[in-house]
Design a protein around this ligand. Structure first.
Ligand SMILES: [Zn+2]
Length: 311
């Protein structure tokens, strides 16, 4: 069994305009570097299917899904970009890309639960963790990880899953959807203060939110996570682990001011794999969130995927 690597060419068709950091080239940088590192032979490359509306509605209100579908299909037909929030622009390719991104997370979940893959990474965009139950926000349309977690619970009948979010920004959308759902333990850290300026006060007892001061570096963050995340995860005994894998806490990424390097992403991945091996039969699905310095993003994803694939 190998690590599944989900992506789709349509994820590149979502383009928020010149100079926008959440750009199609992010996926090129990742795939180029994986090839250059020879990691492709360790991965099972798969094309993401589109998610169904029923799957998406496990994390979003039917009303939101219907309204967003209307807007994005209209933009698709007209070809004129439209800003949905100050940072988030819909273009002609957005609807298809968003369906592929959520579909990758769901298909990866099916593969891992069925034993077709030991674990999976979804190199997809748009990202998802700022999308709330009812709102588009911060480059995000559908909350891919929340959709996949609910798929594991509601369709496959798992009883406890963990969501880990190591993006530099607080995953406010995932918290909005998941807070109070005691079948899920969400552990995150994020730079604070920083966009979206939430998270310091958790919205539910199933949230382990760890705000981190700007300019904190890897060793200190590892120590904090070992103390704050790992005992709660161990106690929770998740049957599957989902990762909101943002790489913008890297010290070369200008969207945040934290100091992680590739070795820190390796360390975090190793901790999560060990946890998955102890409690979840190794089941883990990781989905790309942020990461905007193309070189640092590509190197960090390679470090993450190398540990997932065990090479
Ligand atoms: Zn981010």
């Amino acid at each position: 069994m190998t690590t599944a690597f989900y992506s789709h060419a349509e994820c590149r068709l979502h383009d928020m305009g010149p100079g926008h950091p959440e750009c199609p080239q992010r996926l090129d940088a990742i795939s180029d570097h994986l090839l250059a590192q020879g990691l492709d032979i360790a991965l099972d490359f798969k094309d993401a299917p589109t998610a169904s509306l029923e799957q998406i509605e496990r994390a979003h209100s039917a009303n939101y899904v219907m309204q967003l579908k209307d807007v994005l299909e209209q933009v698709q037909a007209e070809g004129q970009p439209r800003a949905l929030d100050p940072d988030t622009v819909a273009c002609a390719g957005t609807w298809r890309a968003a369906l592929r991104a959520a579909g990758a997370a769901v298909a990866a979940t099916d593969d891992v639960i069925a034993g077709r893959a030991v674990n999976a990474f979804c190199a997809v965009r748009p990202p998802g963790h700022h999308a709330t139950r009812d709102e588009t926000m911060g480059f995000c349309f559908f909350n891919n990880v929340a959709i996949a977690a609910r798929h594991a619970l509601d369709v496959h009948g798992l009883q406890r899953v963990a969501i880990i979010d190591f993006d530099v920004h607080h995953g406010n959308g995932t918290e909005d959807i998941i807070a109070g759902d005691e079948r899920v333990l969400m552990c995150s850290f994020f730079q604070h203060p920083l966009y979206p300026y939430s998270g310091a006060v958790p919205k539910g007892t199933n949230m382990v939110n760890v705000p981190i001061a700007p300019y904190t570096r890897g060793p200190e963050i590892r120590e904090t996570l070992a103390a704050m995340w790992l005992p709660r995860l161990e106690e929770f005994r998740p049957q599957m682990i989902f990762v909101s894998a943002g790489f913008d806490a890297h010290r070369e990424d200008d969207l945040g001011q934290l100091g992680l390097v590739e070795a820190d992403y390796e360390w975090m991945t190793r901790q999560l794999m060990d946890l998955a091996d102890r409690h979840a039969g190794g089941r883990l699905v990781s989905c790309l969130e942020g990461g905007y310095n193309l070189s640092a993003l590509a190197r960090s994803v390679a470090a993450h995927v190398r540990v997932l694939a065990g090479v």
